[in-house]
Design a binder for this molecule. Structure first.
Ligand code: SF4
Length: 218
């Protein structure tokens, strides 16, 4: 089963999820992309809700809030010491280099933007690609743990495939369109959270079950 078929089946099953990443501003994507590292969306949402209640939503707000308060507010997302430092670092970088205006960074050419993001402390490939796809709204496919699990269980790739290899594998099989890139990642997350779970996947309810090598071996 190729990636476009997977996308189509998931879209038929879950419905259109549009640009999927919940956000009120591009910088909120950056906050979410850091907080979601080694965490679940449910816990990220609790941390973002805390920040919103305190009206801490811009690079300036984050760089001015006392570190301990920031740690306390984002605690639900886990690894809060490290994540607070990362959020402060990125916010201070944006203030220093772009007067806090993230749109100036996001408007850069995709390749240049990715290189710059990857130089920031705590920003790896998945985080950078999430920011490019959902904050800058440029075509850069995001691969995460849900994607690796899905593709290896389907039998398409090895479980230990590298980030760039899986990204290339998928993007050669789907049209390079922003809506498809954004929506496909969102659909994979929905599948991973609800059906293709790490433990006890609910294959019986899965729309991909008839073509999944993991399910067929059960
Ligand atoms: S059939 Fe099971 S293992 Fe395969 S993709 Fe669906 S939930 Fe995951």
């Amino acid at each position: 089963m190729n990636s476009f078929e997977i996308y189509t089946i998931l879209k038929d099953h879950f419905g259109g999820v549009g640009s999927w990443w919940p956000k009120d501003s591009p910088f909120e994507v950056v906050i979410g992309a850091i907080l979601t590292q080694q965490s679940t969306w449910t816990n990220v949402e609790k941390a973002i809700k805390n920040l919103k209640e305190e009206k801490i939503l811009t690079p300036r707000d984050i760089s001015y809030v006392p570190l301990n308060k920031l740690k306390y507010l984002i605690k639900p997302s886990g690894f809060f010491n490290q994540k607070a430092e990362r959020l402060k670092g990125i916010s201070e970088y944006l203030l220093r280099n772009y007067n806090g205006d993230i749109s100036l960074l996001l408007s850069k050419d995709k390749v240049e933007l990715r290189e710059e993001l990857l130089k920031l402390k705590g920003v790896g490939k998945e985080t950078a690609d999430s920011i490019i796809l959902y904050a800058a709204e440029k075509n850069e496919f995001v691969v995460d743990a849900y994607t690796k699990r899905l593709y290896s269980r389907l039998g398409n790739v090895e479980e230990k495939i590298e980030y760039d290899d899986l990204k290339k594998y998928i993007t050669t099989e789907i049209p390079e369109e922003l809506t498809i890139y954004q929506e496909f990642h969102g659909l994979i997350v929905l599948l991973g959270k609800n059906l293709c779970k790490k433990k006890n996947p609910k294959c019986i309810n899965c729309p991909l079950a008839s073509k999944c090598s993991f399910n067929l071996k059960l």
